[in-house]
Design a protein around this ligand. Sequence first.
Ligand code: ADP
Ligand code: MG
Length: 418
Amino acid sequence: MEQVAESVEAAGKTAIAKGAVSGKKLNYAKISSITPSDAKARLLTGFSDFNRVLGGGILMGSVCLLAGQPGMGKSTILMQICAEVAKKHNVLYVSGEESAGQVKLRALRLGAESDKLSFAASCSANDIAKTIETGEFDLVIVDSIQTLAMDEISSAPGTVSQVTNCGNLIIRAAKATDTAVVIVGHVTKDGTLAGPKVLEHLVDVVLNFEGDRYGGFKTVRAVKNRFGSTNEVAIFEMVDTGLREVANPSAALLAERTNTDGSVILATLEGNRPILVEIQALATKSNYGYPKRTASGFDLNRLNLLIAVLERRTKLRLSDKDIFVNVVGGMRLSDSAADLAVCMAIASAVAGRKLDEKYVVFGEVGLGGEIRSAFRADQRIAEAKKLGFAHAIAPATIKDKFVVPAKDLRETLIRYVK
Ligand SMILES: Nc1ncnc2c1ncn2[C@@H]1O[C@H](COP(=O)(O)OP(=O)(O)O)[C@@H](O)[C@H]1O
Ligand SMILES: [Mg+2]
């Protein structure tokens, strides 16, 4: 053992002692003398919010990973983007999942036909990289990374080694010819990129396509962007002519509201955008030994925590009740200021009493039952005013006439859930 260790160390020393033998001097330049890449050379997708998510469009030479669950609409939106970009640029759509005939059907439905839009069915990363290297295309779509394989690697498509190496090959080809590439990656139900997690580090932009697969809103947000902010979000709905941007999501989300008990309107944020969503709670008597708690669009651990706070700090009895919480419209909340709205919805459902429909609610709830401040309160308030609400039940730290201050969970429930 020791001998091995010594010889390894010795080998290391000789390699270092000899210095760099095989390398050559870097070809460096003064930063002042370098001409910047053209940040304006971006391909516009035809969706203004999607462009903003990307930082102004698809940058030439950039590689973007579009990740989402199967059936979310990745192929659909990319075909729509292809059609738009192909008005001026040469575009190639490569699919390893669908045949030419199938893709053509979709293209017909979406009205995506152009002389500059080409299609190829292929599962070979080598062939795709070679085609990108010709520089004939300004934008290449690869649908999807999980179907690709490299000749040199024997493992099955979708494995980590295939995904990493295929990804690298395509990225190198894209950078060499300044071709924009969008790679599709399927994710598993829990939201992790199946296999292509490794790809996240290699690509320039990672877009997550999330939402309800069966109707409802879908959101696209950047979780990584080397050329833009990660705070923007685009909201879509699926119609038979493809995906459509939702211009006023708050109004659409509230359109079907029937103000029953257990319904509370939350002023939340999706990226930089303020949105009003309805939180619904339902409480029924538990039939089995332990109460069931279900959350859709909201973190279940957070729900359990809030239920514990409600039980301990407000004397509501919840241990014998099944509690269901739903965020209407397929939205997924990651906003800590949703706490107060969820608590009020549960209290309203349990008490069987409605909240006045003129109120919106936001604020974080602490373990002591205290209401804590929320970021970007002014934006939330502005959105609520725009949609005709009269007041916001919100943290007392906010100085605004629109806000009826809430300091403590118990007090707030006694005052407003009656
Ligand atoms: N004729 C149609 N009308 C409306 N929606 C459709 C139609 N055909 C497919 N879709 C929608 O498109 C979705 C599939 O989109 P697709 O782009 O293939 O998803 P992905 O590539 O992410 O797996 C389906 O879930 C369905 O909702
Ligand atoms: Mg697809």
